[in-house]
Design a protein around this ligand. Structure first.
Ligand code: HEM
Ligand SMILES: [Cu+2]
Length: 549
């Protein structure tokens, strides 16, 4: 437990990270490291999938193992990597950004974290009893006939992780509403906090529906009921509705926190106020709301009647409006700024371009006639990796670089960070861009055997994925070099205005040595015309604050 000691500088023993510690900063790092652990596992599985696809025949692994590989890859990447990685930054940053000393419910927070390794171990252990093979969507009747125990472990894992994310969301909402320093009204709150409000609302509204679907599926599997089992009179389409009522919003649960990250990173490294603060804040809420009413666009080919397809087509396309507002605001923020092209900003710009492609192919897929043509092809695989990898993962790396000095007190190695970016960007586009074309030519997803005419492009994808895998090395080098011989970061190396930069790096156990003061809006860069940019005056103000304290 984090006893309030008078201990400064945030010196945590490394063993603290293996305890039931209630300090939100420890929990944030626990989440981050755990999620990276699963990222490497999920990535290794992806490389095996891609290795299999280097040739048209199923010669590297058997078709059965292939099914297990992509099912486990998708599940791990979503539930054990990108969702917890968002929670990692939320846990670490929200209290610091609003000037609080911890989350509203610190013990609940630790409970939610420790559910991650439990869920992860359950899922991985399914390899010993025959891993699930029905894809990350686990549609019945396939999921009911393709191996009982692996499927049941998959369900248990998701129930545990879903519960953890509900607990986390309750904590984020309460913390944001109840624990801000008094001067900070909701419209001077950093945009990352707004993004986490929108994310948490979605989690609270949609995750229980997934839980319901999974519990019923488990009954069908283990107790012989027939909620979704057509042979007993059940309806598998009902499962699809329940599943997508959660899993479409889940896409925004995965990307919204990282939209928040981008809104923090861009203004700091381009020395410009964010363009359209309120537009960005409210468009996040609009995305949440629209995200809840578009789920059946995953079911255009499930016998959904035409008139209903029209409704889901229109609402899906509407999501492009708030998303477009965000993209325009981010571009306008960069426009004419003094860009500091370090690793953090490079990844943020990489995010913008990749996410834009994912968004555009998303609008294409929203059109039912087009979707019917490319349904279950590699076009879809290309699309959602642009959203999830290009959208979330790029922004996540941007966040790692941006807050690394705060979390460790050291600067990362810029050369290796830039190399990491270059290899990620090249490898990523090489892996996933050709998939759009493959899909339009008719290459199915979830198959180990394909028509030989698709071989050469598949080899491009596979080589791209190896570059992507190798890009992890310069990342690790940059991180480790930073820890070992990085220069001391000081409180505020980026001269940023949000409150987390007012305290020491890493922050002391109680976060702030003196109550932080709100000296400006969170993004008032360059508004002070006296100095070259607001950063200078911020340093002065910091000095003043330190003197007063
Ligand atoms: C090294 C990077 C990655 C590579 C090379 C890769 C490759 C692939 C491939 C080839 C498939 C299709 C398998 C098939 O349909 O037969 C796939 C599926 C999938 N990937 Fe990835 N992926 C990567 C990263 C990610 C990330 C970061 C995420 C999410 C954050 C993700 C989420 C998914 C999901 C949800 C599926 C669908 C699984 C299913 O069909 O059940 N992938 N991936
Ligand atoms: Cu969707």
């Amino acid at each position: 437990m984090s006893e309030a000691t008078t201990h400064h500088g945030g010196d945590r023993k490394w063993t603290d990270y293996f305890t039931f510690c209630t300090d939100h900063k420890v929990i944030g790092i626990q989440y981050l490291v755990t999620s990276f652990f699963f990222y490497f596992i999920g990535g290794a599985l992806a490389e095996m999938v891609r290795t299999e696809l280097a040739t048209p025949d199923p010669d590297f692994v058997s078709p059965e193992v292939y099914n297990q590989l992509f099912t486990m890859h998708g599940t791990i990447m979503i539930f054990l990597w990108i969702v917890p990685a968002g929670a990692a930054f939320a846990n670490y940053l929200i209290p610091l950004m609003i000037g609080a000393d911890d989350m509203a419910f610190p013990r609940l927070n630790a409970v939610a974290f420790w559910m991650q390794p439990v869920g992860g171990i359950l899922l991985i252990s399914s390899f010993f009893v025959g891993a699930p093979q029905a894809g990350w969507t686990s549609y019945p009747p396939l999921s009911l006939i393709s191996g009982k125990w692996g499927e049941e472990l998959w369900i248990l894992c998701l129930l545990i992780l879903g519960t953890a994310s509900i607990l986390g969301a309750i904590n984020f909402v309460t913390t944001i509403f109840k624990m801000r320093i008094p001067e900070m009204d909701i419209h001077s709150m950093p945009l990352f906090c707004w993004a986490m409000l929108a994310t948490s609302a979605l989690i609270l509204l949609s995750t229980p529906v997934l839980a319901a679907a999974l519990i019923l599926l488990s009954f069908d599997l283990m107790a012989g009921t027939a909620f979704f089992n057509p042979t007993g009179g059940g309806d598998p389409i009902v499962y699809q509705h329940l599943f997508w009522f959660y899993s479409h919003p889940a896409v925004y649960i995965m990307v919204l926190p990282f939209f928040g990250v981008i809104s923090e990173v861009l203004p700091v490294h381009s020395r410009k106020p964010i363009f359209g603060y309120r537009a960005i804040a409210y468009s996040g809420l609009a995305i949440s709301f629209l995200g809840l009413i578009v789920w059946a666009h995953h079911m255009f080919t499930s016998g959904t009647p035409g008139w209903l397809r029209m409704f889901f087509m229109a609402t899906t396309m509407l999501v492009a409006v708030p998303t477009g507002i965000k993209i325009f605001s981010w571009c306008a923020t960069l426009w004419g700024g003094k860009l500091q092209l370090n690793s953090a900003l490079l990844f943020a710009i990489g995010f913008l371009s990749s996410f834009l492609i994912g968004g555009l192919s998303g609008v294409m897929l929203a059109a039912a006639p087009f979707d019917i043509h490319v349904h279950d092809t590699y076009f879809v695989v290309g699309h959602f990796h642009y959203v999830l990898f290009g959208g979330s993962v790029f922004a996540l790396f941007s966040a790692v670089y941006h807050w690394y000095p705060k979390m460790t007190g050291k600067m990362y190695d810029e050369f290796w960070g830039k190399l990491h970016f270059a290899m990620t960007f090249v490898g990523f586009n090489m892996t996933f861009l050709p998939m759009h074309y493959l899909g339009m030519q008719g290459m199915n997803r979830r198959i180990a055997l394909y028509d030989p005419q698709f071989q050469s492009l598949n080899q491009v994808c596979t080589i791209g994925s190896y570059i992507l895998a190798l890009s992890t090395l310069p990342f690790l080098v940059s991180m480790v070099l930073g820890l070992v011989k990085g220069e001391a970061a000081g409180r505020n190396p980026w001269r940023a205005l949000t409150l987390e930069w007012q305290t020491t790096s890493p922050p002391s156990i109680e976060n702030f040595d003196e109550v932080p003061v709100l000296w400006a809006g969170p993004y008032d860069y360059g508004i002070d015309s006296e100095s070259e940019d607001a950063g200078e005056s911020v340093e002065e103000m910091l000095a003043e604050v330190a003197e007063v304290g």
